[in-house]
Design a binder for this molecule. Sequence first.
Ligand code: SF4
Length: 294
Amino acid sequence: MARLFHEVPSAPSLFQNCLVEPEEARSILRPQRDERLGLGFTLSPYRGCAHGCRYCYVREYPNALHSQEEWGGWIAPKLNAPELLWSQRHRLHNATVFLSTATDPYQPIEREHRLTRACLKILLELATPRVVVHTRSALVLQDLDLLREFGNRLSVGFSIPTDDDTVRQVVEPKAPPIPTRWAAVERLARGGIDVGLAVTPLMPMDNIQAFARRAASSGASSAWVGRLRLLERDPFLGVLKDHGWERILEADYAEEVRQAVQREIPQGLRPQRRPPTPPRPALPRVQNQQPCLF
Ligand code: SF4
């Protein structure tokens, strides 16, 4: 089948020290139910994630286990993502579409592949009633004009789980720095995009009150605070212990951050997506979760 959009390299290569392994995918949409937005589909133009968050459990998904590279060291662009989406457009009638929950749609390689952009163009053409883009990357700004074309049918969720970039360097070592994320939130909001601040999964804060004030002044219209949910025998618990950060697991800590944010964005604080849950099953059995949204 001829490509709907521009040709991209199909051979393995390196991009910013990340192994790029392009593939022809068999699926791109996964049915999903969100407590706030109802039934919809997640859309993942990539498999794997170059951001390599150390708490991320996508690495244990069956379809992430094939690579010999460490998590964050490989990415598989789904070269046929636009064609797949187009061929399955009949499934999207009146559905919300989330990009993405098991990867970040603005991978560094998106700068070249533009698969997320191609999929967004299709969603725009289909007049999809609700599109939610969730990211940690300022690369989303390269599509600002396209995002604006959706009007109030699109919102961006931006993850900023800490105010301290030294914490970010430990927990999200390959993800964009915190200052660039704040700048991206501000630019999106100034550009007329509805931005929700995702303080998820909540990480250590240097100054909770200052963080809340920054959240309010960023232009984000809403925010939500979500606690980290550890797996049984989760190796990330060792990271928390090594740094003395176990407090982030306590409900009181999340409540303190939530209240601080609520004081600054009183109309926009969303309820926590789920009540705290008991430990999830051991790593290999985890399926169909939403690491980027927590
Ligand atoms: S939490 Fe999200 S951004 Fe981080 S590695 Fe996992 S999929 Fe990527």
